[in-house]
Write a protein that binds this ligand. Structure first.
Ligand code: FE2
Ligand code: FE2
Length: 145
């Protein structure tokens, strides 16, 4: 736990912004959204670049999410009620599992349109998580100071 709680909160918020930005970049990858429902219908030169980028971005998103959970868990070790820590961790595991499922399906069917829809749902889950858990975590950290 850093000496300065404000610093911890800053770090958490920066991560949240970074994760939201990764989602934005993933969804921005596809220019055919709403027009095509499968990458098979897209021209192959575009598809290959697009798939490589999306795969790398999803991987970055998974890694950031896992690292972020570890950081928050560490910050929570002092002063956060046990029940909140458990529920918070469970919620992070759920997000990681959603991401893993998207990667597995994407690796198999190569349909980025579907993967992006999944990532959109992850963003909604993440936003709920921020409201439900991380705002509360900030309050705990500030109360400790
Ligand atoms: Fe968080
Ligand atoms: Fe969290």
């Amino acid at each position: 736990m850093p000496q300065d709680r404000e610093q911890a909160i800053e770090k958490i918020r920066r991560d949240h912004e970074h994760m939201t930005e990764l989602v934005r970049r993933i969804t921005a990858m596809c220019s055919e959204r709403g027009r095509l429902d499968n990458c098979n219908q897209c021209h192959s030169a575009h598809r290959d670049v697009c798939h490589g980028n999306i795969e790398a971005l999803i991987r970055a998103f998974v890694e950031t999410t896992l690292r972020h959970n570890l950081m928050e868990s560490m910050f929570m070790e002092a002063g956060v009620p046990h029940a909140h820590r458990i529920a918070h961790n469970r919620a992070h595991v759920d997000i990681a599992e959603q991401l893993k499922a998207i990667r597995v399906v994407f690796a198999k069917d190569g349909n980025a349109v579907l993967a992006i829809e999944g990532i959109d749902r992850v963003l909604a889950t993440l936003r709920n998580h921020l409201q439900e858990f991380d705002e509360q975590l900030e309050h705990y950290l500030l109360a400790e100071a």
